[in-house]
Structures are given as structure tokens and as C-alpha cells.
Design a protein around this ligand. Structure first.
Ligand code: FPP
Length: 249
């Protein structure tokens, strides 16, 4: 008897994956609530989803994946939740080498880390150094990150240079501002994914996302799978990006 092999049609074209994808990892709390679990269980499940998605992005040959893990506004959450998220981050970083073993991933943290505990700051420095030798996917973890605060930081850097007479005001260009961003050596995100049914940027990569494509979904982040990522990329590949120009014929 002959068995027909089921045709496996790819959800995306592996030859044209976006260079840089940003993800707002949202919906952890609701995921936990629906299961009658504490919010923290959602964050833990969210960090597992991140592990799978990072691996997939690396395999696809992306240059960078930037994930929003803790915003400058997230300090407003109950102290217990903030402490628990910090503990989870520390655990993630402590296990980082094991998590990304054999994947050639470079882990970086973007945001103002000075507000974190000494232990967390030390761990960030350690992981960035140890994984800095890798030249595959850059995984940017946005921590105590806010787009407005990143832009403010850039303005201060340039104002300081102008004060010292190193630059003139007319030397300030879009390029020189981009050079002051945390992502200065990376392409701008081509695609930004926000799961959980929210349709906001929430202060994420607001400078870099000027021409990003967006993909929204009702899936809660802990349920987000590699298949969902592939769907998002497939959808992205159908878009006609004109960057303000007109369609080429
Ligand atoms: C948003 O969901 C999620 C966060 C503020 C925390 C994100 C943290 C993780 C994914 C896990 C830890 C990350 C790393 C890098 C190990 P929410 O809590 O706002 O969900 P809700 O809108 O359903 O309440």
C-alpha cells in the first residue's frame, strides 16, 4: 500500500526572513489567571516561550531579536511581582549559557540597568561578556527600557558633546541620533510582534520602529509558538514596504 506523504508547506519563505524582529511579550498575567495560577507562573511560562522563540530566530538566520521584558513603567506593579520578575531574570541570566548552548547567540541587555540590584547588574555584565564572543543572533533583552527614555539619553549624549565643543548643532542628524541608541549597530526592526490582543507600542523601540511592520494576535505570550512566529513572518513577507516611496513597477 502506498502512503502519500503529506506536503509540508512552509508558512514563510526561509530565504527572506526579517533581519530584526521585536516582540512585546504580553499576556503572561492573563495566561496565569485563566489557569487559576499566580501571575508569576505566567512570567515563568513566558520565559520558556522566549527560549523557544530565540532558538527558532537563530536557526532562521536573523540578525537580531529584541524582546520587551521590563519597561520603565513596570515598576508601578506590586512590589512582590517586581521582585519575582527580577528573580526570574536573574535565574534566566545565570542559566544563560546552558539555555543557548550551541546556538551562537549573543545576549545583550538594553535599558537603564543602574536601577537593578548589584547582583543582577553583575550577572548582566557577565552574560554580555561571555556570550559577546558569539557572532550569531543578537538577543536584546529590554530591561528597565523605555523608548522615550532612550531618546532622552541620546539627546543628553549629543548635548554634552555640543557643550564640550565636539559637535555643532547642525552635526546632529538622524544618523547621529541613531548612533546614540542602544541598537546602534543593528538594523531597525523590520517586524514588531505584539500578542495578547493589545494594539499598542507601549514605548517600545519608538525611534527604531519608524518603518516597522506590525503583527498583532490574540495569543497570550506563553502560548506563542514557533508556528505563530512563522505565520507572522509569512504575513510580513506579503507586505509591500514602501518606506514612504511609491511601489516599484
Ligand atoms: C507582560 O505581561 C510581561 C511582563 C511585564 C514581563 C515579561 C517577562 C517575561 C516574559 C519573562 C521573563 C523574561 C526573561 C527575559 C527571562 P503582563 O504581565 O502585562 O500580562 P497581562 O497583561 O496579561 O497582565
Amino acid at each position: 500500500m502506498l502512503f502519500k506523504r503529506k506536503a509540508t508547506r512552509k508558512l514563510y519563505n526561509p530565504e527572506a526572513v526579517p533581519a530584526h524582529v521585536g516582540i512585546i511579550m504580553d499576556g503572561n498575567g492573563r495566561w496565569a489567571k485563566r489557569r487559576g495560577m499566580p501571575r508569576m507562573a505566567g512570567h515563568r511560562a513566558g520565559s520558556n516561550a522566549l527560549r523557544d522563540i530565540t532558538k527558532a530566530c537563530g536557526k532562521m538566520g536573523m540578525t537580531a531579536l529584541t524582546v520587551y521584558a521590563f519597561s520603565t513603567e513596570n515598576w508601578k506593579r506590586p512590589k512582590e511581582e517586581v521582585n519575582n520578575i527580577m528573580a526570574l531574570l536573574l535565574e534566566f541570566l545565570k542559566n544563560a549559557e546552558k539555555e543557548i548552548e550551541g546556538q551562537n547567540v549573543q545576549i545583550r541587555v538594553i535599558g537603564d540597568v543602574s536601577a537593578f540590584s548589584d547582583e543582577l547588574q553583575r550577572e548582566i555584565v557577565r552574560v554580555e561578556k561571555v556570550t559577546g564572543v558569539n557572532d550569531g543572533l543578537v538577543l536584546n533583552i529590554a530591561l528597565n527600557y523605555g523608548g522615550r527614555s532612550e531618546i532622552t539619553r541620546a539627546v543628553r549624549i549629543l548635548a554634552d558633546k555640543a557643550k564640550k565643543g565636539e559637535i555643532n548643532p547642525e552635526d546632529i542628524t538622524e544618523e547621529s541620533i541613531s548612533e546614540c541608541m542602544y541598537t546602534s549597530d543593528l538594523p531597525d526592526p523590520d517586524l514588531i510582534i505584539r500578542p495578547s490582543g493589545e494594539y499598542r507600542l507601549s514605548n517600545f523601540l519608538i525611534w527604531q520602529s519608524a518603518y516597522s511592520e506590525f503583527w498583532f494576535s490574540d495569543i497570550l505570550w506563553p502560548d506563542f509558538t514557533v508556528k505563530d512566529l512563522e505565520k507572522a513572518i509569512g504575513d510580513f513577507q506579503k507586505r509591500n514596504r514602501r518606506f514612504g516611496g511609491v511601489e516599484e513597477r
